[in-house]
Write a protein that binds this ligand. Sequence first.
Ligand code: FES
Length: 119
Amino acid sequence: MSEPDRMAAADLPPGTVRRSGDWAVGNRGDDRYFAVSRRCRHQLADLAGGTVDADGCLVCPWHQSRYDVRTGEMVEGPRGFLSYHGPTPVYTQAVAAFGRLVRLRIRRAVRTGDDVVLE
Ligand code: FES
């Protein structure tokens, strides 16, 4: 059995996301941690560079797709594509439908002492 991934909880304050191997690990506040696969379902941005919004969703750094980190489901589609950032209503809905079906992988992340451990 392999050793679980871990990182210092001090390096993961509320609202932040960090990389741990293939995982984007974040803190939703109140010791609610999460780990999801790192590649956005839209155009494969690294979600470890994302942020956590006021609803506790992970927000992609490129076009702001939003993910429910408890399920891995995309709950709001992108605001643009490639280098364009702006409204794309039909496209946004289509990508969101895809992101609801093809979810991010999820992994349990818990606080253990001074560390956050991926189980
Ligand atoms: S790559 Fe994530 S929203 Fe576009």
